[in-house]
Design a binder for this molecule. Structure first.
Ligand SMILES: C[S@@+](CC[C@H](N)C(=O)[O-])C[C@H]1O[C@@H](n2cnc3c(N)ncnc32)[C@H](O)[C@@H]1O
Length: 425
């Protein structure tokens, strides 16, 4: 049996779903972060639980020809990116292969012509930063990989220019907002009106610090600053301008902490695939609609019912509908689709149904769609595994997977987004 602290030489056979190199040792899998397929590496083992080891890489004995110099000096310290050391063509081919393998495990083949759109770095318009105050000093940046350590950040290649330019002001804000030993997550969206910031932490913002926080938010030019203690209602602290986004031609006021696709370019690619796949339809249901990312572009095709569990998102969508005098064209409905998926009678009016659930997928709704007479389903997913499970339900009910588009909008990470057209045969 291997001494778990032993140094061993390993040959990396493949990359796992999280982007770690995978080797075998003593009949067990070894996961080695930052190692690439084909490489020979020297690693120190530690048990990972189950039938696996973690291998901490000590040396690259033989490097892959696909290994490149990571563009960011913080790479492998900062947990924000996992795959900057892989050449772009190899990285893209691996992502496409990941989707093919995950679907293959459910007996689903990639349709002919499946392509991938890649979003360039420098377009991430949403990010969550970590901040903590220790001995009067503020640490502000991203967490190190699988660690509480905060890697300080002056710039980041992933972020939009607006987010990058805001980093100094956000650090100053965290410095005056947090008490000694207090930690916070700082959620930032680069909206059309400027930065929309939500601080989530384990306490209220006390009166004694409030004026300094308001001054720091104004000095940083934030559009809005909100504060959330645990899971309580977020409280707006500063509202200089209403943070808005444009979906199709329609301006929507963003609710505090609401979902938004991570980049405008990724969103445009998803919207293009969704509207093309829907094609012609008089009535469309947009399930897991958020604030209307797809609903408003789809409203140019047909009448849209937009459904989401988040009441603030549906209220924001409804307000935008009223302002744009789109009532009759787009209707919002707040509903939990996991607890109460739309049943076949409610699905009857729709010629096309779009769904874009969180990572867990839309299993209950897929079961209802399988029993319904809806002819066209367009599935958007950030998790190929739950997509494959839900698609299998539809395929078993007589749908065919006609088209698939992969959107690589999580640059230098192992994540992918995809859009699929399933049509009832
Ligand atoms: C991946 S986001 C997609 C949102 C929107 N389609 C977009 O592109 O901006 C998933 C959405 O599902 C909603 N959601 C999560 N759980 C839900 C549930 N059980 N029922 C209905 N909606 C849910 C979230 O509020 C969120 O808006």
């Amino acid at each position: 049996m291997t001494d778990p602290a032993a140094l061993v030489d390993l040959t990396i056979e493949s990359l796992g779903a999280q982007g770690d190199g995978i080797a075998r040792h003593d009949g067990k899998g070894v996961f080695v972060a930052y190692a690439l397929p084909g490489e020979r590496v020297r690693a120190r083992l530690s048990p990972k639980g189950g039938n696996a080891f973690t291998g901490r890489m000590q040396e690259i004995v033989t490097a892959s020809p696909e290994r490149v110099v990571p563009p960011c000096p913080l790479f492998a310290r900062c947990g924000g990116c996992g795959l900057q050391h892989y050449s772009l063509p190899a990285y893209r081919a691996w992502k496409q292969q990941q989707v093919a393998t995950t679907l293959g495990q459910r007996g689903i083949d990639l349709p002919a012509g499946t392509g991938m759109v890649t979003v360039e770095a420098g377009n991430r318009r949403r990010a969550v930063f970590a901040a903590r105050k220790e001995r009067g000093e503020i640490a502000f940046g991203f967490h190190a990989a699988m660690s509480d350590e905060i890697v300080p950040l002056d710039d980041c290649l992933l972020l939009t220019p607006g987010l990058s330019a805001g980093l100094g002001g956000l650090r100053q804000l965290a410095g005056v907002a947090l008490a000694e030993k207090q930690a916070a997550d700082i959620h930032v969206t680069d909206s059309l009106a400027g930065l929309d910031v939500l601080v989530t932490t384990d306490g209220d913002l006390p009166m004694g610090r409030r004026q300094a926080v308001i001054a720091a938010a104004n000095a940083a030019g934030l559009a809005r600053l909100s504060w959330q203690h645990g899971r309580r209602q977020p409280e707006p602290i500063v509202m200089a301008r209403v943070p808005q986004m444009r979906f199709g031609d329609i301006l929507v006021d963003l609710p505090i902490g609401s979902f938004l696709q991570p980049s405008a370019e990724g969103e445009a690619a998803l919207v293009a695939a969704v509207t093309t796949y829907v094609g012609k339809a008089r009535r469309i249901a947009d399930l897991y609609a958020g604030c209307g990312t797809f609903s408003f572009p789809l409203a140019k095709i047909g009448r849209v019912l937009a459904v989401d569990a988040a009441k603030p998102a549906i209220a924001a969508l409804a307000a935008a509908v009223n302002r744009a005098q789109l009532s009759g064209r787009v209707e919002g409905m707040a509903r939990d689709l996991e607890q109460s998926p739309l049943p076949p009678p409610d699905l009857k009016p729709f010629e096309a149904v779009v769904f874009d659930p969180p990572r867990a997928g839309a299993e209950m709704q897929a079961r209802m769609l399988a029993k319904s007479r809806v002819g066209k389903v367009v599935a958007v997913s950030c998790n190929p595994a739950s997509f494959a499970r839900d698609a299998r339900i539809l395929l078993d009910a007589g749908f065919a997977l006609e088209k698939l588009a992969i959107v690589n909008q999580f640059v230098w990470s192992a994540h992918v987004e995809l859009v699929a057209l399933l049509r009832r045969r």
